[in-house]
Design a protein around this ligand. Structure first.
Ligand SMILES: [Fe+2]
Length: 378
């Protein structure tokens, strides 16, 4: 007869599955949820959380909590005594019956919540603790003693995966900050275009989100939006900032910004999918645009979408030779050019988000809305 406790087989299978799948995640919030779900399926707690150390303050911040949204701070659900003991000992802290444990007689929050049994496992990264897994049971049920070993093994895998995801997350944030700095540098050439790249990115993301078609392209569109005019660094100030009308040579110099941008970004592999919109955002649906005089669906959809966002921002922003157009008038002109300059499908998308774009354009209120949008989309 097999005398192995059932928990071992189930736990081992879960551990292997978890370990495999966790290393495939590079999205920190999704990974945190997955880790907690996997832990919960074996440990079966009433409440559980992952606390991560805030690198700036050293405080433990709950990053994923079950039941979802039930608690907002550590002290509401986890005893700081329990978490501290686990981190100090660098080992699983398990209490089967809290009422009998002398270490927790001062742990008022835990006692008050009617907690009976607690497990806390430190998440140990390469350079020290990165957080802790916490789970408790209320009422009369207790955690099984063999769970301590499982929880420790699980936490080892979880810590490795979380540390990797945190590195990805950091890299991602630094990359975004770099793009934003580039966008500011591009727009700083000309005070009339201050904030243009960021606004075009925000409008493009709103259009893309509204379409429901490009949800896996948000990051590509964001990068293209931030960098779509980067080639303007290769256009002389005397042309770029000229207030009067441009002659043919000057016009060609301005138009070259899309091919210069394409050439600058082409060697960067992580921008490969963004090149189409950088190069193609001045193409026209009727084939009269530049640089490749593409028409209709030969123009990449991201470029067709960005053409609308770019023109809307150009029209609703002041220029040396004219004041900003009201949002309604800009919208009217976009619609009038549907099927000529713009893809009718993209103008239909614009119709669905016109109010949202107008709100994003507002000064100063729109700035906060755009920042929030850029934080949350993609
Ligand atoms: Fe442009």
């Amino acid at each position: 007869m097999d005398s192995t406790p059932k928990i071992d087989r189930i736990a081992l299978e879960a551990l292997l599955a978890t370990s495999r799948e966790m290393m495939a995640f590079d999205d920190l919030p999704a990974l945190l949820d997955r880790v907690l779900d996997r832990l919960s399926s074996i440990v079966k707690p009433d409440r559980a959380a992952i606390l991560l150390v805030d690198p700036q303050t050293g405080a433990m911040i709950p990053r994923a909590v079950r039941p979802a949204g039930a608690y907002s701070s550590v002290s509401e659900f986890a005893s700081s005594t329990v978490v501290r003991e686990a981190l100090t000992a660098r080992d699983v802290f398990i209490v089967h019956d809290i009422r009998m444990d002398p270490r927790l007689q001062q742990a008022q929050s835990v006692l008050a919540a009617g907690v009976r049994s607690v497990i806390c496992v430190p998440l140990l990264g390469r350079t020290g603790p990165i957080g802790a897994l916490y789970a408790d049971k209320l009422g009369v049920e207790q955690f099984a003693p063999e769970l301590a070993e499982y929880a420790a093994a699980f936490a080892g895998h979880a810590a490795a995966a979380l540390e990797t995801a945190q590195l990805y997350d950091d890299r991602h944030r630094h990359f975004r900050a770099t793009l934003e700095a580039f966008a500011k540098a591009i727009d700083a050439r000309d005070h009339y275009t201050a904030g243009h790249s960021e606004r075009v990115t925000a409008y493009s993301l709103v259009l893309a989100r509204h379409s429901g078609k490009y949800s896996s392209d948000f990051e590509t569109i964001r990068r293209a939006g931030m960098l779509h005019d980067i080639g303007k660094v290769g256009v002389p100030d005397s042309v770029l900032l000229k207030a009067g009308s441009l002659d043919a040579v000057e016009r060609a110099q301005i138009e070259a910004h899309v091919t210069i941008g394409h050439m600058m970004l082409e060697p960067l592999p992580f921008l490969g999918t963004s090149l189409a919109a950088v190069r193609g955002h001045h193409e026209r649906w009727d084939g009269d645009g530049y640089p490749d005089r593409l028409g209709g669906t030969d123009i990449h959809p991201h470029a067709r979408l960005m053409a609308v966002a770019d023109s809307y921002d150009a029209m609703t922003s002041a220029r040396p030779y004219r004041a900003a157009l009201p949002a309604e008038e800009a919208a009217r002109r976009l619609r009038a050019d549907s099927g000529k300059q713009f893809d009718p499908e993209m103008i239909e998308l614009f119709d669905g988000v016109q109010q949202e774009l107008a709100a994003l354009h507002e000064q100063p209120e729109g700035a906060e809305l755009r920042a929030e949008l850029l934080r949350s989309v993609g």
